[in-house]
Write a protein that binds this ligand. Structure first.
Ligand code: IPM
Ligand code: MN
Length: 374
């Protein structure tokens, strides 16, 4: 059995961390009697600066033949902020309709957390971030004083929506961004979160800001309540996004599964990453259970560390474990996580962010060795 997996190393430290992820996943594959054939796609800053192209329709079509993509990081200081992030990363999340962004927040043994008196027993939950809608849809613009009109079109597998916006303004200039959530898009991610809660501790927390942004997040809350009626065994609660950042710090043990609209999910998962020991340890999965999913660390491309063999590869390796699980290779996935845990518990081979002085590739070697020896 051989899986074909497209890999997008991307920008900055992307290629370095992806190399370690491939190394560890290959060790797990070999041990469990299957193979992985990587196909590299060189998307990102270099490709963009050379050709002016972000990602072509042809490449997207080609990638959509696969179940899982392995991604390093996208973003480069030579390109204006947002161009690559929106044009490559978000373009793929939307194109493949990866409506679930799964971000485990789990403190592993041997890892320091900035939260006093909290340990692995207290910090173990999963954030399910909606990944295709909300303020991320790119519906926005700028308008100078006077009259202007702008048309927006959202074409998705799930629906098509057109907005026409007439602006009459005497402000010198305004900037605006429309957020949108759909019933279909909200229902499916909330259902996924309930199913996940059923498989865990049967507690689901919803995040919104229904007290102020009621048209969008009041709608989200209404749909949450509707879906909730099908899951009487799951205990639920509502959290305003500002408040949940406080509870993540004060009482992380309250949480089991947390479901959030796109932007709030983005914000709270950086906080989640920090309480689990830092961005170097936080994995993520962009999932479309019926289509092409994509596995990436939640951190960015850290351009200032590019080529230094310094950055922690664990978030990427752990994301690789999520990829193996997604392919149905649960034992191999489990071994990768166990090896990460063992590496952290031993505490001998670790990168600078965890107080060590080992290199990116030394950590990858160590985890690959542990996979083989488990
Ligand atoms: C993330 C990142 C991205 C996001 C950026 C790079 C577009 O912050 O994956 O959390 O906002 O989703
Ligand atoms: Mn983010």
């Amino acid at each position: 059995m051989k899986y074909k997996v497209p890999v997008i190393p991307g920008d900055g430290i992307g290629p370095e961390i992806i190399a370690e992820g491939e190394k560890v996943l290959e060790a797990a594959a070999e041990k469990h009697g299957f193979g992985i054939e990587w196909t590299e796609y060189l998307l990102g800053a270099e490709h963009y600066l050379k050709t002016g192209e972000l990602v072509s329709e042809e490449t997207l079509k080609e990638l959509s033949a696969y179940q899982a993509i392995y991604l390093g990081a996208i973003g480069d200081p030579r390109v204006k902020p947002g161009i690559l992030e929106k044009g490559v990363l978000l373009a793929m999340r939307f194109y493949f309709d990866q409506y679930i962004n799964l971000r485990p927040v789990k403190l592993l043994e041997g890892v320091w957390t900035p939260l006093k008196d909290k340990g692995p027993a207290e910090i173990d939950f999963v954030v399910v971030r909606e990944n295709t809608e909300d303020l991320y849809m790119g519906l926005g613009g700028r308008a100078s004083s006077g009259h202007s009109r702008k048309e927006f079109e959202v074409v998705r597998a799930l629906y098509k929506v057109k907005f026409g916006l007439d602006v009459d303004s005497d402000s010198d200039e305004i900037g605006y961004q429309l957020g949108m959530v759909s019933r279909e898009g909200t229902e499916r991610v909330i259902k996924y979160a309930f199913d996940l809660a059923m498989a865990r501790d049967k507690h689901l927390s919803s995040v919104d800001k229904a007290n102020v942004l009621s048209d969008i997040y009041g709608f989200w809350r209404e749909i949450f309540e509707e879906v909730s009626s099908n899951y009487p065994q799951v205990k639920t609660d509502f959290n305003f996004v500002d408040a949940i950042t406080m509870w993540f710090v004060k009482n992380p043990e309250w949480f089991d599964v947390v479901v959030a609209p796109n932007m709030f999910g983005d914000i709270i998962t950086d906080l989640g990453a920090m309480i689990q020991g830092g961005l170097g340890l936080a994995p993520g999965a962009n999932l479309n259970p019926q289509g092409t999913s994509m596995f990436e660390p939640i951190h960015g491309s850290a351009p200032k560390y590019k080529g230094m063999n310094k950055i922690n590869p664990i978030a990427t390796i752990w994301s690789g474990a999520l990829l193996l699980e997604h392919l149905g290779q649960r034992d191999a996935a489990r071994d990768v996580v166990l090896a990460i845990e063992q590496n952290l518990r031993e505490g001998k081979v670790r990168t600078y962010d965890l107080g060590g002085s080992s290199t990116t590739s030394e950590v990858g070697d160590d985890i690959a060795r542990l996979v083989r020896s488990l």
